[in-house]
Design a protein around this ligand. Structure first.
Ligand code: HEM
Ligand code: HEM
Length: 548
């Protein structure tokens, strides 16, 4: 949607392009495109800008990093490791850290940007999830997002394996353990990845190709597709005054949004530069080179790998021996199940929700999380599941800092992994309903004005006034969660098509539950409604009904 007259700079630029490419109208239309405004829409931008910084700092690192496992004797300026034999990869990472001007800053900025990239992406995905912004027509962009998240984890893993110090070696060792545990293809994959027996001489150069070429290339292509789709489909907007499924209320891309985005990029850059300057990250020189025989104490992966590490630590040591083959469930289950549950669950969610609700309409106004309590509870349950695994990834630290036995952290973790999501679901559900009731109370009774009034019979009440129009419009932007129509049986007792058989019955039940809770906004049964303190009285003292 475009607004107002075309500003001079756009007219100039579009005239120039029109004369040469005939693309003036395209530019005019798109530069005036309206973007809605909400703080949570900035989360995706954090991921975007961190990615740009990763490309810039990563390119700098490639000038000096040597992806080779050939042995060299270190003769750089870091005294404690002088004359130690190590791989060229490790020696070059030390060289970057101590002898290349600005090298350590670039390494640290690269690492911090990687953390911010994944963290930004995660909270962005949560924002999209909790507001239901993945619904039609944005399912494709959601799927691209899930792919981006998976690739980012692979990019991080290949990245922090590159320096070939003791810490990255510990990560590689786990990667090898997981790969070799795969039934049938495990040994082959491991030999392919490591170029023979672990650790071999090839893995760093292979990870290097993946890390600087293949994965960033795919990431770049997918991020571009993600942005184009977002542009074409338009952004969702939060409910509010005048906002409907048919319009977009906000500021035009040029100049308002562009200025904001530019400033926000600078801000992200500044934060990463400050972190890179002042907060040490991955001090590879502390632990020395990787040798398979050494075990590093206190080694922790980057935060985004913590959940897989936790899953490994949580799992009992089960294995199945069959016809001379061993299936190490203690590695296989933690490697495949959490990743499988979380990523597959994420990818399928929009389609499952569509199947359950039967809702095939387009949604351009986002939901407030409280207004879809089941979705919100499922999301918080998933976060709890992930969080327990993540915490368990650091159970050695928890054990030593809090002086509890390591075994107990594991036992408690094993209980929490089942119990935690359940409790989280119930609590979140109640909180959502409570928040809906409080909205209903505001709409039904207005907000406290601070004015105390004495009634003729002596009672004191606080006068309530209508909430600000914009707040009320925000609260009223609530659409009921649909249910499949006709879940009931017909006169012969036969359920409608698509609802027959065990799966159909399950679908009908889920549909009823998912769309079932209804707290009307004007139900007037907000908190403490029976008391007069909620009397609907205007500021002037007249009795005034606020029911709309
Ligand atoms: C074109 C893009 C990229 C290039 C050219 C690049 C290049 C590099 C190079 C050469 C290193 C080894 C340097 C060293 O460790 O001293 C490295 C390390 C690393 N990369 Fe990247 N990278 C890119 C993108 C990414 C992305 C998207 C991520 C994040 C998910 C990432 C995460 C990491 C991590 C965690 C390290 C370890 C840093 C450290 O040693 O502390 N990289 N990268
Ligand atoms: C490299 C990582 C990513 C980047 C750079 C990125 C960037 C963005 C940006 C800038 C927007 C528009 C502003 C906003 O809504 O925040 C957006 C929208 C969107 N993103 Fe992402 N995103 C990434 C990953 C993801 C992931 C992991 C998911 C989901 C699993 C996802 C799903 C979506 C969806 C569905 C929209 C449209 C939302 C709407 O219109 O309200 N994105 N993305």
């Amino acid at each position: 949607m475009s607004t107002g007259t075309v500003p001079k700079p756009i007219a100039g630029a579009s005239g120039f392009l029109d004369d040469r490419l005939g693309a003036g109208n395209f530019l005019k239309r798109n530069l005036r495109k309206v973007f809605p405004d909400h703080w949570s829409f900035l989360l995706g931008e954090i991921a975007l800008y961190s990615f740009i910084i990763l490309l810039l700092t990563g390119t700098f690192l490639t000038f000096f990093f040597k992806p080779s496992m050939a042995h060299v004797v270190y003769d750089g300026s870091y005294e404690p490791l002088r004359d130690v034999t190590m791989s060229e990869a490790y020696a070059s990472s030390l060289h970057i850290s101590f002898d290349v001007r600005g090298g350590l800053l670039m390494r640290q900025m690269h690492h911090w940007a990687a953390l911010l990239f994944v963290a930004g992406m995660m909270v962005h995905a949560l924002r999209v999830f909790f507001t239901g912004a993945y619904r039609k027509p944005r399912e494709l962009n959601w799927l691209i997002g899930v792919l981006l998240l998976t690739l980012a984890l692979a990019e991080g893993l290949t990245g922090y394996s590159l320096p070939d110090d003791l810490l990255s070696g510990a990560g590689l060792r786990i990667t090898e353990g997981v790969a070799i545990s795969l039934p049938l293809v495990g040994t082959w994959i491991t030999f392919f990845l490591f170029g023979g027996e672990y650790p071999g001489e090839d893995v760093i150069s292979r990870f290097y190709s993946l890390h600087i070429l293949l994965i960033p290339g795919i990431l770049l292509a997918l991020i571009s597709a993600h942005m184009v789709l977002m542009w074409v489909q338009k952004h969702t907007q939060m409910p509010g005054k005048g906002r409907t499924n048919e319009n977009v209320v906000g500021a035009p891309f040029y100049p308002a949004f562009m200025a904001k985005a530019g400033a926000y990029f600078m801000f992200t850059f500044g934060v990463i530069a400050l972190l890179g300057t002042f907060a040490q990250i991955n001090p590879i020189w502390l632990f020395g080179p990787y040798t398979p025989a050494d075990i590093s104490a206190g080694s922790q992966p980057d935060f985004y790998m913590g959940f897989l590490e936790g899953a490994l630590r949580l799992m009992p040591s089960w294995e199945i021996n069959f016809l001379g083959f061993t299936l190490p469930m203690s590695v296989l289950i933690p490697a495949l199940v959490p990743m499988g549950i979380i990523m597959t669950g994420l990818a399928l969610y929009p389609f499952l929700e569509q199947w359950v609700t039967g809702d095939r309409s387009e949604h351009h106004v986002a939901d407030r999380p409280r207004n879809n309590p089941h979705r919100t509870s499922i999301g918080i349950s998933a976060i709890t599941f992930y969080g327990v695994l993540w915490l368990l990834g650091a159970n050695d630290e928890i054990s030593s800092v809090f002086h509890v036995s390591l075994n107990w952290t594991t036992y408690i973790g094993r209980g929490l992994i089942f119990l935690g999501p359940l409790v989280a679901y119930i609590v979140t559900y109640r909180i959502c309903l409570g928040l809906q009731r409080s909205d209903a109370a505001v709409i039904g009774h207005g907000v406290e004005s601070g004015v105390i009034k004495r009634l003729p019979h002596g009672e004191y009440i606080e006068v309530h006034v209508p909430a600000e129009a914009s707040i009320e419009a925000h609260m009223r932007g609530k659409t009921a969660v649909p249910m499949i129509a006709g879940t009931d049986t017909d006169k012969d007792g036969i359920p409608p098509k698509g609802m027959r058989g065990p799966l159909g019955r399950l679908r009908a039940k889920m549909s009823k539950a998912y769309g079932g809770e209804k707290i009307p906004l004007d139900d007037g049964h907000g908190h403490g409604d029976e008391h007069d303190e909620h009397a609907q009285v205007g500021p002037g003292g007249d009795d005034r009904s606020l029911t709309h």
